[in-house]
Design a binder for this molecule. Structure first.
Ligand code: 5GP
Length: 193
């Protein structure tokens, strides 16, 4: 088991409905030393890629993305969730369906902060069905930039997102891939990587 898998086994809680709660170290209270280790692992896995920007999505990706951005020494931009339908022309816009909240959001990024010269590493906490990632990929494409790779903390391998994104040809690196989890026993099985 790697450092993140060990932490998930120690502190993660398996909930009904295929939800893994990692509030104590990842997306409520945040263990930034763990985030730094994650950043260093992403740096190894994406060595040789010219990355000049990190992109993530509000809200729970932001903490991890900031620490990863420190390790890569590049700026970080987050896609904002927008309730307004009147988004002006200065924004890139994508629709994202939330797995945890079961609702549809528009996410926006200002054209000021993403453009054709950007070589982007997309970072997020979880990958489930891949909607959040597809929205972020769409935003980079609208900007004319390049997706150099995608770094995820926890991929739920029993949901379709990972397969969909890998089939699109992106380098997707998930630090922990959960192949199965059981809410009644709390057991979590990781994919060998
Ligand atoms: P997707 O768009 O891939 O279906 O879902 C990704 C988003 O849903 C992530 O940004 C994350 O915030 C949230 N999410 C999906 N599954 C889980 C889960 O099991 N636990 C938590 N805490 N968040 C999840």
């Amino acid at each position: 088991m790697n450092f993140l898998e060990e932490r998930i086994v120690k502190d993660g809680i398996v909930k009904e409905g295929n939800v893994l709660k990692v509030d104590s170290f990842l997306n409520h209270q945040m263990d930034v030393e763990l985030f730094r280790e994650m950043g260093e692992e992403f740096k190894r896995r994406f060595a040789g890629k010219e990355i000049n920007k990190i992109l993530t999505i509000e809200a729970s990706g932001i903490g991890i993305a900031c620490v990863v951005a420190l390790v890569f020494n590049v700026p970080v931009v987050f896609a904002k969730k927008s309730k307004s339908i009147n988004v002006d022309g200065d924004m890139y816009v994508a629709d994202v369906e939330s797995f945890t909240h079961k609702c549809k959001n528009q996410v926006i990024v200002s054209k000021k902060y993403l453009g054709k010269d950007d070589h982007v590493l997309i970072i997020d906490d979880f990958l489930a069905n891949g909607c959040a990632l597809q929205g972020l990929i769409s935003i980079v494409n609208q900007a004319g930039g390049t997706v150099e790779g995608i770094g995820i903390a926890i991929e739920k391998g029993f949901q379709v997102g990972g397969q969909v994104i890998r089939n699109l040809g992106y380098q997707l690196e998930s630090l922990a891939i959960v192949d199965s989890m059981d809410a009644s026993t709390g057991e979590i099985v990781f994919r060998k990587q």
